[in-house]
Design a binder for this molecule. Structure first.
Ligand SMILES: [Cu+2]
Length: 157
């Protein structure tokens, strides 16, 4: 049993090594943006998602307003909500609050960036540059690491 746990621990620490080798992040004023990623899209799909974790080390809230890129028509912030028994995606018109001293994760089934009007499918393994726009901190270019179709956050690392 002890031996098994030891092997397990080793495997877990190895996967952390891999994760840090793969992870990428960005700094913008008091904000840090961790591992922006997306999912591959089937041909003909007009939309894609953008996911990441944003930390706010500052002492006032900031708001993620949306973004832009040269391969989309628009990028807006969405929230996934259960309404009358159905999952709905609603745009956050006032932006997504990143409260002071805390962090917010954009992930499938929750807050996400909606990439609208994709010119071509997103392909697993590629990186796509988008610009994020924040109310106070301004804008920053980040690269979305494109993971498999239907990938979940655990697998993106
Ligand atoms: Cu959406």
């Amino acid at each position: 049993m002890t031996r098994f746990l030891l092997v397990l621990t080793t495997l877990i620490s190895l996967s952390f090594v891999n994760a840090s080798a793969w992870a990428h992040g960005y700094e913008l004023g008091p904000l840090s943006i961790e591992h922006p990623w997306s999912r591959a899209t089937p041909p003909g799909t007009p939309t894609g998602g953008g996911f990441m974790t944003i930390h706010n080390h500052g002492d006032e809230s900031d708001y993620l307003l949306g973004g832009s890129s040269d391969f989309t028509q628009s990028i807006s912030v969405h929230q996934t909500k259960m309404e009358d028994g159905t999952m709905k995606m609603l745009p956050l018109h006032d932006g997504l609050e990143i409260p002071a001293g805390s962090s917010v994760t954009l992930e499938p089934g929750s807050y996400h960036l909606m990439l609208m009007g994709l010119e071509a499918p997103l392909v697993e393994g590629e990186r796509r540059r988008i610009r994020l726009q924040f109310e106070h901190a301004g804008s920053v270019d980040v690269e979305l690491a494109v993971d498999a179709i239907g990938a979940m956050p655990e697998h993106s690392h």
